[in-house]
Structures are given as C-alpha cells and as structure tokens.
Design a protein around this ligand. Structure first.
Ligand code: ATP
Length: 290
C-alpha cells in the first residue's frame, strides 16, 4: 500500500511499473575524496548507492538515465541539477522504487530497490514535482492521510502536525481545502506529507518551486537543521543559488552524471564564480526537452 502510494505521489496518472531482475550491490564503501560540509561528527555512512543505473524509454530510443553511479551519505543534502529532460526525475523515481530501472543496481538504506522497496517505503519521504495531494481534502486531512499510511498513532500525528505546520507556515491554513491554496502553499503541504513520519531520507523533486525567496531561505535553514540530525535530503532544483547550499551537487546531462562534488570543488574545477556559470558552461549545446 505504502509503495503504491509513493508511486501514486510520483506518478499520479500512471502506474507503469514492470518487474525486472535486480541483483545486489556489494556492501558500500565510504566515499573518498569529496568532503561533505555538514556535521563532521556524523559517521560517514552510505545510504544511497547506484551502480550503472540505466533507464530507457521507447524501446531504447530515449536513454533517460545512462550508467548513473551515485553514492550519497547519511545526513547529506545532495542536489541533482541539469537541464529539462536530463534525467533527474527519472533518477528520483527509481531511487524511491516507484519506477523500475532497465538495468543496474540500487541500494537504499542497505536494501535493494526495487526488490525490497516495501521495506524501504516507510523509511523515506517523497515530495514530488506535481504535489500529488487530494485537492478536495484539507491541509490537515492530507497530512493525516499520509501519517495513517505510515502507521502513526493519532497522538503522535497531532504532535508532529503541531511541529510541522508552524515551520512550514501553514498554521492558518490547517482547515483549508487544497484546491483553495496557492501553488507555493500546496508545495509546502507536499513537504509536510513527506516529512510527517520522520523519514531517514527525503526526496524533494523541485520542492521549492513557487515558494518565495524569503520562505525558501528559511526552508533551507530548516533542511540544514534536519540534515544535522542525520536526515538525508536528495533534491532536484533549477535554482542555482539554492543548489549551491547543498553539501554536494550532481550535474546531469542527457542521463549522465557529468560533474559531481561540493559546490566549492565544482566551482574551483571550472574556475567559475558560481554554480550557475558551471551549469551554463556544461549544459551548452543541450536543447532542453519540450
Ligand atoms: P525536468 O527538469 O524537466 O523535470 P528531468 O531532468 O527531471 O526534467 P526526466 O523527467 O527524468 O528529466 O526525463 C528524462 C528523459 O526521459 C526525457 O527525455 C523525458 O522526455 C523522458 N521520459 C521521462 N518519462 C518518460 C516516459 N514515461 N516515457 C517516455 N519518456 C519519458
């Protein structure tokens, strides 16, 4: 049920999962080289690892993800950036177990995905690109719906709701029906649904789109405080100064990871003043999908 729900959140209009053979990734080694800027007190522990991950569509005509090798540690904020159609959402969907890879391996929290996706499902949260909320339900009802699915007790849920609503500036909107909210507010409800059960990993697919700059800055401080408690945050973004606040950035181009590292490392490698400059340089010549 929970996995179906994640699928529903990521693909509200479709459910095209197909079974494919997966095999296990070996026990993950700790990352060398890249320095993670968050709490050094946290032991480096890989929570997401992919090996030669591939997803093709249309019988191979579209290579959405092409030999992707990712390694993300506990407590990291990892930003996937890239032009439209570069494969970010496809990657997130495969990591959450809602879309089956064509080939390659995925391990999340030491479990194989998609094979063991049911065991992973209640340990992760997802805020998809297109909200995936019940528009005729209120803010509280939507969040409660997810809390119920994650098996939260009523008292536990209410306590959590009282924490989340003020942080996400939704207190005044608790009883408002989703259809009466602005885009940015819906986005905040979606974030609340992803965080309600205190997951170990959260995936935000363009989660801050439509959120004004002041709130966005505030959310980033909140995300940072969550990461410091050990929550791993994987997000996609088209806002480059936002991506620059991540611990590490992975830049995708036509399904491939063409650059990866801390914002500082990446800027130094390209003698650039900003990640936006690097993005423009490396995405040159790519015609974004229409
Ligand atoms: P955006 O920044 O616009 O959200 P993205 O980087 O998330 O883009 P994806 O949505 O992962 O990119 O798409 C990667 C490629 O896969 C694109 O060429 C897209 O057209 C294609 N694609 C995605 N989903 C499907 C699908 N269900 N069927 C066929 N092609 C698809």
């Amino acid at each position: 049920m929970l996995v179906s729900l994640i699928i529903l959140r990521l693909h509200p209009s479709k459910n095209y999962i197909q079974q494919e053979k997966m095999c296990c990734i070996g026990k993950s080694a700790s990352k060398g080289g890249s320095s993670v800027t968050n709490s050094s007190a946290q032991a480096e522990e890989t929570v997401i690892e992919t090996l030669n991950l591939i997803k093709v569509y249309k019988e191979g005509k579209i290579k959405a993800v092409d030999h992707l090798n990712l390694k993300i540690d506990r407590g990291e904020i990892y930003a996937l950036i890239g032009s439209n159609g570069s494969g970010k959402t496809t990657t997130i969907n495969m990591l959450t177990g809602s879309l089956f890879p064509t080939s390659g391996n995925i391990q999340v929290l030491g479990l194989q995905v998609p094979k063991q996706r049911r065991m992973v499902a209640n340990q992760i949260g997802v805020a998809p690109q297109d909200y995936a909320l019940y528009t005729d339900l209120t803010v509280e009802q939507n969040i409660r719906f997810f809390a119920n699915l994650y098996g939260m007790k009523k008292t536990q849920f209410l306590k959590r709701l009282d924490e989340l609503l003020p942080i996400l500036r939704l207190n005044e909107r608790r009883k408002t029906t989703i259809s009466n909210l602005s885009g940015g507010m819906k986005r905040r409800v979606s974030i609340a649904c992803a965080l309600v059960h205190e997951p170990k990993i959260v995936f935000f697919d363009e989660a801050t789109v439509g959120i004004d700059p002041v709130l966005r800055a505030f959310f980033w401080d909140y995300f940072r405080s969550l990461a410091e408690t050990g929550l791993t945050i994987v997000l996609t973004s088209h806002v480059m100064d936002e991506a620059e606040r991540a611990d590490r950035i992975g830049l995708m181009r036509t399904g491939k990871l063409i650059e990866e590292g801390t914002p500082q490392e990446i800027k130094q490698r390209h003698s650039a003043l900003s990640i936006e400059q690097v993005f423009l340089k490396l995405s040159e010549g790519v015609v974004a999908d229409e």
